[in-house]
Ligand binder design. Sequence first.
Ligand code: 5GP
Ligand code: ZN
Length: 140
Amino acid sequence: MWTAAPWLMHSSGGARWVEQNYGEYDMTDCIFCKIAAGEIPADILYENEDVLAFRDLNPQAPTHVLVIPRRHISTLNDLQPEDAELVGKMSLAAKTVARQEGIAEEGYRTVFNCNAGAGQTVFHIHMHVLGGRPMHWPPG
Ligand code: 5GP
Ligand code: ZN
């Protein structure tokens, strides 16, 4: 059971407070919001009303695509239960792009980096879709 406050939501269990990162967000600060709004260019491979996919500017594999929600959410830590469908749509977009790029059958990797310790540099959630070369494990 969740109770809403203007900027914070609090679980009745008292275990955690989570910031609400959307609604009032100033998208002029976010490069991926600008791409979603068409204000800066990107090589867009797929889009619908909720998500879009575009090529990474600094590719780490022959295919390196980023899937983002149009709506600003800073990190995976900020996801709310009502975002479940949106994250599912990101996975479906990744599947579509992988098929378009011809890497669906050979295999590809999807990655969300969450916060600086995991390598997140753009604080608008994004799923990396990497393929076209062997992927190793552990990822490092
Ligand atoms: P992160 O390090 O946050 O997981 O991933 C951010 C990714 O965004 C990086 O792989 C970086 O190359 C990519 N990136 C950063 N700025 C831009 C940009 O303006 N356009 C595109 N297409 N990719 C970007
Ligand atoms: Zn954003």
